[in-house]
Design a protein around this ligand. Structure first.
Ligand code: PGA
Length: 245
């Protein structure tokens, strides 16, 4: 199982260090559950120093497609690797909707991450409108195909897929585990035999109340947690749920 915490643009350095310390002291370092946190870029180094001894990995919430050079304000995959990151989130719906990231750009970011040896977590998911008109599978398959065309099936299978329906992110309205399972089955079928071991996690209003039922589904291999990852006790409870499976 995998439990990832996306801190988004929250907290100052002091808050990040406190949260990291609480997580470090509470994490049981269970070998069956991988824990990764995604602090804001500026806080990653400080957080990594605190948590790395406690078997908690760190990652970036975004990355540039470029390797280096004239890209004001961007952060390269190599820079993330250099400060101790092992993972990077690409194509989060907030990047897609607030920053105009297209399927093609997300695919390039996925490729850039693989090139340097970072594991990308590809976020896919449908809007409320697409959900209501029954387009969920179509949207998710399209988002996956774009990455597959760029990095090939092997490349796609070597990352992590996070299914995050937009209408459940930050709304307190998690999708039903059985429905998530069925979307994850569709995702798994797009990955073919090579994808049998690829981790497919769910994200969207996960908390300690709903994560056990979610994680119990066959093709749900963990969660990408937003709001609830900002409270150490709550995030640790979610990790415990995953460890039980
Ligand atoms: P949420 O966010 O848990 O606050 O809904 C999830 C995410 O955006 O990854």
């Amino acid at each position: 199982m995998l439990v990832a915490g996306n801190w988004k643009m929250n907290g100052l350095l002091n808050d990040a260090e406190h949260l990291a310390e609480k997580l470090a002291s509470g994490n049981t370092q269970n070998r069956n559950t991988e824990v990764i946190i995604f602090p804001p870029f500026l806080h990653i180094s400080a957080v990594a120093r605190i948590v790395q001894k406690f078997d908690i990995k760190t990652g970036g919430q975004n990355c540039s497609v470029a390797e280096s050079g004239a890209n004001t304000g961007e952060i390269s995959c190599e820079m993330l690797l250099d400060i101790g990151c092992s993972h990077v989130i690409v194509g989060h719906s907030e990047r897609r909707s607030l920053h105009g990231e297209t399927d093609a750009l997300v695919a390039k970011k996925y490729a850039a991450a693989l090139d340097v040896g970072l594991t990308p977590i590809l976020c896919v998911g449908e809007s409320l409108e697409q959900h209501n008109s029954g387009e969920t599978e179509e949207v998710v398959v399209r988002q996956l195909s774009s990455v597959r065309e760029t990095v090939g099936l092997g490349g796609l299978c070597s990352g992590i897929i996070a299914y995050e329906p937009l209408w459940s992110i930050g709304t307190g309205r998690a999708a039903l585990p059985s429905k998530v399972q069925s979307v994850h089955e569709t995702i798994r079928s797009c990955l073919g035999d090579e994808g049998a071991k690829t981790r497919i996690v769910y994200g969207g209003s996960l908390n300690s109340q709903n994560s056990a039922a979610m994680f119990a589904e066959k093709d749900i291999d963990g969660g990408l947690v937003g709001g609830a990852s900002l409270q150490a006790e709550e995030f640790l409870r979610i990790i415990k749920m995953a460890e039980r499976l």
